[in-house]
Design a protein around this ligand. Structure first.
Ligand code: PSU
Ligand code: MN
Length: 309
């Protein structure tokens, strides 16, 4: 159904709107990770678990998606069903939002578009799995996720387990530096590697508590627009076996190349291949790290709300 008067105004769910109006903590959640990053039907249970983890951290979850051209901040159960079940659902970055709005299309939002819609709704904290970034061989393909530039422009805290380890992690860290995105490790000085605790690269700064993370963001917000990335590693005993990790990633990258995957299909292709090639092990780890990030994001949002009181 086309959107009768194309606009980018969002519909905010009553629970999220009430929390924001009262200054209570809210955490934004993206929908691309549900629709394109996790397989059906496992994604549906994960969606509920992630929202529950945000509540356990002390905040109200606001899952974001575009439905029939209208950005929704906070979804009903039926809307989450739709996002998780629709095989044709588009993957929407920032540049796709105006097209979806004008043509009345539906889609799942990535880190870049979720961050934008969350910040516009007045939400200060966002949880995801792993950021997009610079792909391996980007010097030939120019494949760099729009997540990076979006985070340079958007004021919010993003809690993640680093960037996806299918990427060129050192190059991604260089780009985050160029773009002046603030990056802190959560209780670590090793940059996490998504499925694994340590990507092999260091991170300059670390915070020891949700309160410190909130204070870093409050200081950043006063200074300049842009995100604070809180990089939250999995504990080593919960990570994907590192030998399995290295083997299946090499396989998945080769398969993506052989299949000629391009553009926005690259990341979902590789993640899907990994989940199959690891016999579901990468899927379990992916869900686990998202849940940990969601809970920490809830705690940071609670600290941020307390700072503003
Ligand atoms: N984190 C996950 N799984 C995912 C993603 C993040 O655990 O699928 C998604 C996010 O939506 C992110 C996107 O923005 O992958 C990156 O896609 P691309 O590389 O095409 O920018
Ligand atoms: Mn890309």
């Amino acid at each position: 159904m086309p959107n009768p008067s194309p606009s980018s105004a969002s519909v905010v769910s009553p629970e999220v709107a009430d929390a924001l109006a009262a200054g209570r903590p809210v955490v934004a959640l993206e929908s691309t990770l549900l629709a394109h990053g996790l397989p059906r039907p496992e994604n549906r249970a994960a969606a509920d678990q992630v929202e529950a983890a945000v509540r356990a951290g002390g905040a109200v979850p606001a899952t974001i998606a575009v439905l029939d051209g209208v950005p929704h901040v906070g979804l009903t159960a039926a809307e989450v069903d739709r996002v998780c079940a629709d095989e044709e659902l588009a993957k929407l970055g920032v540049r796709d939002l105006p097209v979806a709005a004008a043509l009345g299309r539906s889609g799942a939002t990535t880190v870049s578009s979720t961050a934008l819609l969350a910040a516009r709704a007045g939400i200060g904290v966002f949880a995801t799995g792993g950021l997009g970034g610079v792909h391996r061989l980007a010097s030939e393909t120019f494949d760099e996720s729009a997540d990076l530039v979006a985070l340079a422009r958007t004021s919010l805290v993003v809690v993640c387990a680093g960037v996806k380890s299918i990427l060129d992690v050192p190059a991604t860290l260089e780009r985050l530096e160029s773009l002046s995105v603030t990056v802190v490790g959560y209780r670590t000085t090793r940059f996490p590697g998504f499925y694994v605790a340590d990507s092999g690269s260091p991170v300059d700064w670390s915070v020891d508590s949700a309160a410190e993370a909130a204070a870093v963001f409050a200081a950043r917000r006063d200074l300049a627009p842009g995100a604070v990335v809180v990089a939250n590693p999995l504990p080593a005993d919960q990570q994907l076996d590192t030998r399995l990790h290295d083997r299946v990633i090499a396989d998945a990258l080769a398969a993506a190349d052989a299949a000629g995957a391009r553009g926005k299909d690259v990341t979902p292709f590789i993640l899907g291949h990994l989940h199959e090639a690891s016999g579901g092990a990468s899927l379990a780890v992916n869900v686990r790290l998202v849940l940990r990030n969601a809970e920490l994001a809830g705690q940071i949002a609670a600290e941020l709300a307390a700072l503003s009181r």
